[in-house]
Write a protein that binds this ligand. Sequence first.
Ligand SMILES: Cc1ncc(COP(=O)(O)O)c(C=O)c1O
Length: 392
Amino acid sequence: MRGGWTVNVPFGDLKTHYSTYKKEIDGAIARTLASGHFILGGELERFERDFEAFLGTPYAIGCASGTEAIYLALAACGVGQGDEVITVAHTAVPTISAISMTGATPVFVDVDRTTYVMDPGEVERHITAKTKAIVPVHLYGQMVDLDQIKQLALKHKLYIIEDVAQATGAVYKGRSNAGTFGDFGAFSFYPSKNLGAFGDGGAVCTNSRENFERLMMLRNYGQSKRYHHDIIGINSRLDELQAAILSVQLPFVGQWNERRQQIASRYTTGLANKVVTPGVSTHSSHVWHLYVIQVDNRDALQEYLMECGIGTLIHYPIPAHLQKAYSYLGYKSGDLPVTEALADRILSLPMFPGLTDEQVDYVIESVAEFHKTHEASDHRALATATLETTHR
Ligand SMILES: Cc1ncc(COP(=O)(O)O)c(C=O)c1O
């Protein structure tokens, strides 16, 4: 198959995505431009009310990015210098950037080796008198077991800020949407996310009116009304163009997530016994932002797939606690064994709603072919080694 491939499978395809919804999106852009209102206007308000209805939450506010969504939520809790915030190192580094922006210290716990998300059993021993909040990350589209986190939060009086950047539309125990269980839910609308803008964007949701009012001020220079700065805030607003584009796309998130689920089960069936397929917990729906496998010879597989015309990525090759920027925290190799082992073994296969079954099957066949060749060469290596030992 290598060299003679006919099916190209990109890792993502936002160009085709845009062309599929071009008419509606172009209409929304034209409407916004004609309005002459670009910041904090009707488009944002409409999107915020629609997003609240989608989540089943009383309050959602748009902001400039997922990173700032986490930051705003932490700031609304009063998290700052001298505080500790517990999260995972197996995440996109922006989760940690947001904690650092408040001046607080990130504290890392390990993840589960099959579901890849925060291991709730690891959290309690990291709680100290300085701990103020927990940030569970619903990584790859799969939710952390929040009941256990909630018990700890109640016991130790901690805030929960769910990082929902990769899990828009997931549902916990059939009752609450991702983001609505904790004190705050922080969303990213980075273009490739399950609900993506055509630029940067994010949102924070909360069940509390008081928190909502604080978030509204924090995202807009701390103003309660124009030129009245009651608290110290920043500029983190979701602009009208992005809000209008998001409003067009929001009604499709459910069907896109269903397509992601179909693709994931096709992968899981086809790849069984060839690679380690992702573990799925029973407590939440999985919305498959990413489909992440584990293999021993990850780099060789990635290169092979590239030669087959298949795009893959690694989410993430260097865990946060071993990043140069966080060396001041004093972590070293071996501190988070599962996180570190995963970083060497994981590979994200193409996953977006526009993938065809033919493309998915081609990825499966290519992985199978690599597995066959590798298994054969492993057996050959083993046979040679045995022969050498026998003849010594
Ligand atoms: C888990 C996670 N948290 C936070 C973020 C930050 O979102 P944004 O890129 O919108 O700032 C991302 C995006 O990459 C993410 O994947």
